[in-house]
Ligand binder design. Sequence first.
Ligand SMILES: [Zn+2]
Length: 113
Amino acid sequence: MNPNQSSFFEEGLKLISFCPLCQAKQGAMEASTVEETADNHLVHLRCRQCQSSILALVTVTPMGLSSVGMITDLSVADARRFKESEPIDFDEVIALNLDLKNHSLFYQTLVGV
Ligand SMILES: [Zn+2]
């Protein structure tokens, strides 16, 4: 790990050192890098206490580090796999809905109708 990465992780881990969902304190979050460029780091965080996961984009700016996070059900392996995927479009959502309707038991379970 080069000195810049070390600094990034020290500062970055301060930003993400507690779980926003269960408030577990330092050491609860397990961090894995999904992708990184010179200024942007996409990090997958999993809370050891409540098992929730967060995807956080940590950006290095001249003013310091900033981060934006979202709760996810993706594992770190899923996040690495899906980051290269094309976004789904409306037609694909409708096609999936029609397919599910053809499997009525599954559809009723999923949608609750
Ligand atoms: Zn938690």
